[in-house]
Design a protein around this ligand. Structure first.
Ligand SMILES: [Zn+2]
Length: 73
């Protein structure tokens, strides 16, 4: 389980770096679009695009379902 988590974290960081959010998340500058919680690598749930801007959601089921609704618009 620990190994799986480590791999997942690495992939997540790589992904966030690719879309240009990793530094902002590391510096605590990104908030969940759904509940306003500060996003960290531990509670990152989903990312979606709204009006050309990237918006991030935490991993609470409520917020993740919001992000799915947004991205299908
Ligand atoms: Zn949230």
């Amino acid at each position: 389980m620990k190994t799986l988590k480590a791999i997942y974290d690495e992939e997540l960081e790589e992904f966030l770096e690719k879309i240009g959010l990793l530094e902002d998340i590391r510096s605590g500058m990104v908030k969940c679009e759904g509940c306003g919680e500060i996003i960290t690598l531990d509670n990152f749930g989903a990312v979606s695009r709204r009006n050309g801007k990237l918006v991030v959601f935490c991993n609470s089921p409520k917020c993740v379902s919001k992000s799915i609704r947004t991205s299908s618009e």
